[in-house]
Design a protein around this ligand. Structure first.
Ligand SMILES: Nc1nc2c(ncn2[C@@H]2O[C@H](COP(=O)(O)OP(=O)(O)OP(=O)(O)O)[C@@H](O)[C@H]2O)c(=O)[nH]1
Ligand SMILES: [Mg+2]
Length: 475
């Protein structure tokens, strides 16, 4: 009977013990069978786990941060992290310290570049001397412009900083060597483990490198240890401070229309605090640090509130905003509940990737595309009119909006009127181009200010949760 059953069932035939099996062979066969069963159970369990994770993820709320490059997407993500996990950056300060140092070095490099342009341009111009701390000493000018040979000497003393920038960028971003463009920003490819790389490069300062006194020059005879950005920055601190606050230098920057304070990752006002051996970035510093995003990064956040089993898990997707990055956004469109769109209120600048396109014009086009996209028809759109602080300082500096946007006409050139003007424009596009009705949510933000941004984010979270529950007919 047993033999007939084995012959009928193909599985049983496979498992059928061979004829004349010895007890030893039987033991080995049984052990193999048990091992096979254990592996099969393991596979079943992992399939179940993945299914559970998939279901959980389907229930999770997904937010996509969109907007052009430098609009403030990654900074908004940092605000989410700080709002829902106040100690988020505690263990990352060393990494951010290096980013901030590189941001600072980049500003110095840009400053020196402008001075060089001035030297190149003024060799035949009549001298202009607005004076200033560096130009008070009598010295023979090398050029006929406002800059003296004191400025030249400072420029030469700062050259180790530039060498350091090139060296660090090479270490951090080997792929950028091929681009070979001067003054490039630090950028990170999503999922490249960039924090790990930075952590390895940002080795702690050796104890022997600490100065005996403030501003000492340790590490080598002139203190400019080529491998340590902290030591080089400390050694260059007084020169950077002197140059940045020098009246002649400010005059040249103004003359060339360069507002370094509007550059991403601007830390020149904080050199005395940052260029020290004991510097540790604050959360505010980290919010202002600039790292360009390439690709799409997924960040999981777990929140304390929400309906039981619902609304506690959020995924925030941070994307690269430059034009060549935007096609990578689309695969995320059909699975998100909400978009936070960052529209920087910078009306007098052009895109870095295309200097013929005004930033605000690009933002308006992008907003129109997002509003009209049918894959996003059910998503809640939240608009952040960001960089309000920069708008304020631009208007205060006397820059007229109607020079860039003639339709603004003769309305007052102040923050209140300008903001209202843009709000109305964005609202009109939203109404006209959305495939079906949806409410218009807008906030004026300056996402480098965590206190006000946190309050906005908490409100946005409630709004998104509410809309999501409603769409699932839970409310
Ligand atoms: N002053 C000011 N600076 C801001 C504001 N929002 C962002 N920034 C700064 O602008 C720079 C660019 O911000 P990011 O958040 O990196 O921009 P992004 O949209 O992620 O840019 P990509 O990654 O290139 O797409 C950073 O140095 C920020 O600190 C703001 O409201 N005011
Ligand atoms: Mg970014």
């Amino acid at each position: 009977m047993a033999s007939a059953a084995y012959d009928d069932d193909p599985f049983s035939r496979i498992l059928k013990p061979p004829q004349n099996e010895t007890p030893g062979q039987q033991r080995v066969r049984m052990e193999k069978q048990q091992e096979a069963q254990r592996i099969s159970r393991q596979i079943d369990e992992s399939i179940l786990e993945s299914k559970k994770a998939f279901e959980k993820r389907k229930k999770a709320i997904k937010i996509l941060l969109l907007g052009q490059a430098e609009s403030g997407k990654s900074t908004t993500l940092k605000n989410f992290q700080l709002t829902f996990a106040p100690n988020y950056f505690r263990d990352e300060r060393r990494i951010w310290k290096m980013v901030i140092q590189l941001n600072l070095i980049r500003s110095v490099a840009r400053l020196l570049q402008v001075l060089q342009h001035e030297w190149d341009a003024t060799t035949t111009s009549p001298p202009v001397s607005p004076g200033g701390p560096l130009s008070r000493k009598p010295s023979r000018p090398l050029s006929l412009g406002p800059l003296t040979d004191d400025h030249r000497r400072t420029q030469m003393r700062l050259s180790p900083l530039l060498a350091m920038e090139a060296e660090l960028t090479r270490k951090l971003l080997p792929e950028m060597q091929t681009l070979n463009k001067p003054l490039q920003e630090i950028c990170v490819r999503a999922g490249s483990g960039w924090k790990g790389i930075l952590n390895r490069v940002a080795s702690p300062d050796p104890p022997m490198a600490r100065p005996r006194s403030k501003g000492g020059r340790p590490g080598s005879s002139d203190g400019r240890n080529r491998a340590d950005p902290t030591a080089v920055l400390v050694a260059c601190r007084d020169d950077i401070v002197g140059l940045w606050w020098d009246e002649a230098v400010q005059f040249v920057l103004h003359k060339h229309g360069v507002r370094l304070e509007e550059m991403p990752g601007f830390f020149l006002n904080d050199v005395e605090r940052i260029a020290t051996f004991d510097y540790e970035p604050t959360d505010d510093d980290i919010l202002r640090a600039r790292v360009r995003t390439l690709g799409v990064e997924e960040h999981r956040l777990v929140m304390q509130t929400g309906a039981p089993n619902f609304g506690t898990e959020w995924y925030v997707y941070d994307v690269g905003g430059s034009r060549i990055q935007r096609h990578k956004w689309v695969p995320y469109f059909d699975d998100v509940q909400a978009i936070i769109f960052l529209a920087p209120m910078v009306f007098n600048q052009t895109l870095e990737e295309d200097s013929t396109v005004n930033r605000l014009e690009d933002t308006m086009h992008l907003w129109k595309d997002i509003c009209s996209n049918s894959l996003l028809a059910n998503a809640t759109l939240v608009l952040f009119l960001n960089k309000i602080d920069i708008l304020r300082s631009t208007l205060a500096a006397g820059v007229k909006l109607n020079r860039y946007v003639p339709s603004y006409g003769d309305a007052p050139n102040d923050v209140e009127n300008v903001t209202r003007f843009f709000k109305d424009k964005f609202r009109a596009y939203h109404k006209r181009h959305s495939p079906k009705y949806r409410p218009f949510f807008v906030h004026e933000t300056s996402v480098i200010d965590n206190r006000t941004t946190s309050a906005i984010i908490i409100g946005v979270r409630e709004g998104i949760l509410h809309a999501h529950l409603k769409s699932m007919s839970i409310l």
